[in-house]
Ligand binder design. Structure first.
Ligand SMILES: N[C@@H](CCC(=O)N[C@@H](CS)C(=O)NCC(=O)O)C(=O)O
Length: 350
């Protein structure tokens, strides 16, 4: 038995960095375990085989999937530094933006990391060293090549191709612009304290800020975002701030992200869910006039269902306050749809 949580992850994994920053900010004591070859055996039985993996101190049980883990930590440590806004309407919006970060912004991370040769070369070597150290240089080179081939082979499945690159790169610039502007008046999206949405965006942007090509773009176009990433990585010393007033108009940065959800993320989720229902392996659609296609993902049907269930649970003032902006940004109609029957979640849930 351990005294502390163990967070097993990799610095090159967006969801690992999201959980590490979240636990640091919440002052939940844990140890960080680099997921290298030595830990492979320990977590081999954990399904699905993704990182980060969180091991609980009291019973040694292992957990995956950052969103449910973040909510579980809220239940387990309810009395301090919550990252869920008290107002249920704001909490829902934070979840929606976090979900878009996990499922859409991650495509930016993936396309920049594995598209250009310079990024492939640097990132595969770096990630391989993180997994295997010490290791002879020639072994690292062949492992890095194996890893590159594997990741590049997955690109069409996850929607990162020459065809889809324009919309992904365009929306990367939008994310940077929205955050850069928000940081002129507030450190976090929903006030002076970070919400789940901030951590979701943080995890992906952390990677983009270190990979060569997007690093260049971010240093030039979004210096405040670069600083924000360094700051949120360890916000354990920050005082607990305030949430925005739910009665006041929503911050424009939040509205801009909702607009992005209405323009891109919901059309993507809805088309994926439709393809899933018809048993199609792939789907395609136009996003802001640009073509998009990828493999159908059951996990993203689950995301849509989850958002719809949460939205359906809102009532009274919390719902009345956010409905007009959800409508204006094109998010309301998708949220009012029926949940799809999923059957048992497959192992390839991610
Ligand atoms: N929804 C999961 C996603 C986790 C995930 O996809 N992790 C990636 C690394 S960033 C992974 O472990 N992928 C395994 C693979 O590609 O085989 C979460 O939020 O934790």
């Amino acid at each position: 038995m351990n005294d502390l949580y163990r967070l097993i992850g990799n610095i090159g994994s967006p969801y690992s960095m999201k959980m590490r920053a979240l636990m640091r900010y919440r002052r939940i004591p844990f140890v960080w375990v680099n997921r290298d070859r030595k830990v492979s055996e320990e977590i081999a039985h954990v399904k699905p085989p993704v990182i980060p993996v969180l091991q609980y101190p009291e019973d040694g049980s292992y957990h995956v999937d950052s969103t449910p883990m973040a909510y579980a930590l809220e239940t387990r440590h309810p009395d301090h530094r919550s990252i869920i806004p008290e107002d249920p309407g704001l909490a829902f919006l934070s979840h929606l933006i976090e979900d878009m970060a996990d499922e859409w912004v991650t495509k930016m991370m993936f396309v920049y990391r594995w598209w250009r040769e310079a990024d492939q070369r640097y990132c595969s070597a770096w990630l391989t060293h993180m997994m295997a150290m010490p290791a002879p240089r020639t072994d690292v080179q062949s492992m890095a090549q194996w890893f590159t081939d594997r990741q590049v082979g997955r690109m069409p499945l996850v929607g990162c191709t020459e065809t889809t690159r324009p919309i992904i790169e365009k929306s990367f610039l939008q994310v940077l612009q929205i955050l850069e502007e928000r940081l002129e008046t507030s450190v976090y999206l929903f006030g002076s304290r970070p919400a789940l949405a901030d951590f979701g965006l943080f995890g992906q942007l952390y990677q983009l800020c270190y990979d060569p090509t997007p690093q260049g773009i971010m240093r030039e176009k979004a210096p405040a975002v670069c600083a924000w990433i360094s700051r949120l990585d360890d916000a354990s010393g920050e005082e607990e701030g305030e949430w925005v007033n739910p009665d006041a108009p929503l911050p424009s940065g939040v509205i801009d992200f909702l607009q992005m959800a209405g323009d891109i993320y919901f059309p993507f989720l809805l088309t994926n869910a439709g393809a899933f229902e018809k048993g199609q392996d792939t789907f395609s659609l136009s996003l802001l006039g640009e073509p998009y296609e990828q493999g159908t993902f059951k996990y993203q049907v689950k995301c849509l269902n989850w958002l719809r269930e949460e939205y359906a649970g809102l009532e009274g003032q919390a719902k009345d306050r956010i409905d007009p902006v959800l409508k204006e940004t094109g998010c309301l109609e998708p949220l009012q749809g029926q949940c799809r029957h999923l059957g048992r979640m497959s192992q390839n849930a991610f």
